[in-house]
Design a protein around this ligand. Structure first.
Ligand code: FAM
Length: 437
């Protein structure tokens, strides 16, 4: 059994060597070209970032350090008594590239539980926010406030060597990952159930077990297991997506992890990114209301066309990189298929039926490059079924999860000494000149 720090100490030198060799031997090697469409098209497809934790193949979907989702489900340790991989074991994999033993994973859980409580001033701060403020805004503000105790910022002010950056980064990242559930749960309770007391952190429980408990759903083992799966699966989706990229960009200025991840959360809060899971449920409920009891493929098809004709996107469909159904969508659907109570839910049935019809409609519509469901198409309906019905809160759960990948890569960015990001921009006039030359 090794600690996370010992494991990381072991793997960092080899990666540093790998980067040194890449720089020395291939700095001038061409691996792609820049077209005008990349410049005006949101840099789609541009190979422009280093990100160690995961790589997204357009057809196959995500691999975390080479492991597919079913591989992770097989090898990553679950919580005691559970079956789904824990957030901690995914964090360990994303950070070190190694699969933790059950012992390592549970020791890591214990370390995070020790750090899980919020400072009193952050509790008071989020308690003072209006209940009408969107939960994602509250989460981003709370995370930024936690930088009060940033070890990285304090060490930088004292004066440290560049080679030491990552060690302080790591401490901040572990601290933030540990505190996110308490912060996110406090926001949920403040906004939706202000009269009920929040359960204290249980030092013997895993991160998501505690999160579920603090949300007030600890008694529901199925929901807790679903949250474990959800949070592990949403942990990382390579580096170019808006939230991961934001955290990487802000971190490259040597902002601490709290500020970097706070910025990432505000990118996640956009409806084309993480807010899509809130939008999916809002949209499916409006569909259910309109078509009533007799749900048929025909009714759903009509509703899809109505959405598209009114100039809106179908939430939960399409992707910037993927060109096939999202394996995260498939894994969450499998979770539902294994549970008769979920199969009986009218909302889950509606989501499943929509997924049977939407790809053909979107193909016929002819705009999106990927007519298949992404993870957001299904992630909310299970929460809804189990009584977590406040869908404005759903992106907060995504935000607790995306920290796994984003934070681990802040540690790597500093361990590898990556520089401040500064791509070159052009005005249209300057671009036209460039084209002529
Ligand atoms: N419904 C209707 N039209 C869509 C569409 C959808 N689901 N997905 C893409 N399109 C349109 C898109 O708006 C664009 O139209 P214009 O040419 O008029 O601008 C056209 O198809 C080409 O877009 P694309 O190249 O296929 O997609 P992008 O890479 O530009 O954008 C998404 C990717 C995810 C932003 C886009 O598919 C979308 O808006 N989907 C709906 C929102 C959603 O589910 N977001 C969540 C993505 C998820 F993975 C996550 O981040 N959590």
């Amino acid at each position: 059994t090794k600690t996370l720090r010992e494991t990381l100490q072991e793997v960092i030198p080899a990666k540093q060597e790998q980067l040194k060799k890449l720089k020395a031997e291939h700095s001038q090697t061409v691996v792609g070209e820049v077209k005008v469409e990349n410049i005006i098209g949101g840099m789609r497809g541009l190979k422009a970032m280093l990100w160690e934790a995961s790589v997204l193949d357009p057809n196959e979907g995500i691999r975390f350090h080479g492991l597919t989702i079913p591989d992770c489900q097989k090898v990553l340790p679950p919580a005691p008594g559970g079956k789904e991989m824990t957030a901690e074991s995914m964090f360990w994999l994303l950070l070190t590239g190694r699969v933790p033993s059950p012992n390592e994973s549970s020791q890591f859980s214990a370390e995070l539980a020790e750090k899980a409580e919020l400072p009193a001033f952050v509790e008071n701060f989020v308690d003072s926010l209006p209940r009408t403020l969107h939960p994602m805004t509250q989460l981003g503000m709370g995370v930024a406030a936690l930088n009060h105790d940033s070890q990285f910022q304090a060490a930088y002010e004292r004066g440290i060597k560049k080679s030491e950056y990552w060690t302080y980064m790591l401490e901040d990242c572990l601290d933030l990952a540990a505190k996110l559930p308490a912060l996110a749960a406090r926001i949920y309770r403040n906004v939706y159930h202000p009269d009920k007391a929040i359960a204290p952190v249980d030092k013997n429980m895993d991160l998501v077990g505690n999160y579920s408990n603090m949300l007030g759903f600890g008694h529901n083992e199925s929901l807790t297991e679903y949250l474990r799966l959800y949070i592990a699966l949403h942990g990382d989706h390579e580096g170019g997506n808006a939230s991961a990229h934001t955290s990487h960009l802000v971190g490259s200025t040597l902002s601490d992890p709290y500020l970097s991840y706070s910025a990432a959360l505000f990118a996640l809060a956009g409806p084309l990114h993480g807010l899509a899971n809130q939008e999916v449920l809002r949209w499916q409920m409006a569909m259910q209301k309109e078509i009533g009891e007799s749900v048929s493929h025909e009714n759903i098809r009509d509703y899809l066309w109505k959405t598209l004709r009114s100039g809106q996107v179908v939430p939960g469909y399409g992707h910037g990189v993927l060109r096939n159904p999202d394996p995260r969508f498939i894994a969450l659907q499998e979770f539902c298929k294994a549970r008769p109570e979920l199969q009986a839910s009218s909302m889950i049935q509606l989501v499943q039926k929509t997924a049977e019809v939407a790809p053909d409609v979107l193909k016929e519509h002819g705009k999106t490059k990927n007519p298949f469901p992404n993870v957001d198409a299904t992630s909310g309906c299970v929460l809804y079924h189990y009584g977590l019905t406040e869908f404005k809160y759903y992106t907060v759960i995504f935000g607790v999860s995306r920290a796994l990948g984003a934070l681990t890569q802040l540690v790597w960015a500093r361990a590898l000494g990556l520089p401040i990001e500064r791509p070159k921009s052009y005005s249209m006039d300057a671009l036209e000149k460039l084209i002529k030359n």
